[in-house]
Design a protein around this ligand. Structure first.
Ligand SMILES: [Zn+2]
Length: 179
């Protein structure tokens, strides 16, 4: 669904004017930003307060598992609502525009929306898998080295399955493979 080169400039201009096009394209990033902010303030993590550890509490005991289950369920709900909103928005906005420039602009916008939805769907699947890991007592430990991933890292990245060291290493390896 490529836009004709001749209309590309107009498309960009009209995209910049539409607040929806810039806002709607990346809900994943927006929620990441929210999470990062939550670390240095009392901000909520997908509507949940940051975890307060009790003295001598077991790692990934019932209370901690419930906490992360709540975060993951709330996050999933947010994403599903966003998918719904996008769908309705596209149904509402979809029109037979007579102007080819408008039409190209709408196509471009919709393809961004669809890509965002695809990312959300993948993320929802990952969240489901993560909730399953909690149910199976498999959550919160690095799948590579077995170390505790830690509550703060999990709050920042609730679907993380690697500790920060293994994650860093995996990223370095991936970069090397790419050349
Ligand atoms: Zn590890």
């Amino acid at each position: 669904m490529a836009t004709k080169p001749s209309t590309e400039k107009e498309v960009k201009t009209s995209k910049a004017k539409s607040p929806r096009a810039t806002k709607g394209s990346s809900p994943e990033k927006a929620s990441e930003k929210k999470t990062a902010k939550g670390l240095d303030s009392m901000a909520l993590i997908h509507g949940q307060s940051p975890y307060e550890e009790l003295v001598g509490e077991d790692y990934m005991g019932t209370r901690q598992k419930d906490h992360f289950r709540n975060i993951l369920h709330a996050w999933k709900k947010e994403l599903m609502e966003e998918v719904d909103r996008t769908l309705h928005y596209m149904q509402d906005e979809s029109a037979n525009l007579p102007d080819p420039v408008d039409r190209a602009s709408q196509e471009e916008e919709f393809s961004l929306e669809l890509r965002a939805r695809d990312r959300e769907r993948k993320l929802i699947k990952k969240i489901d898998e993560t909730i399953k890991r909690i149910d199976e007592d498999d959550y919160g430990y690095c799948t590579t080295c077995g170390v505790e991933i830690g509550i703060r890292r999990l709050e920042a990245r609730p679907t993380a399955n690697l500790c920060i060291d293994c994650k860093t290493l995996a990223e370095i390896k991936e970069k090397q493979l790419q050349g």
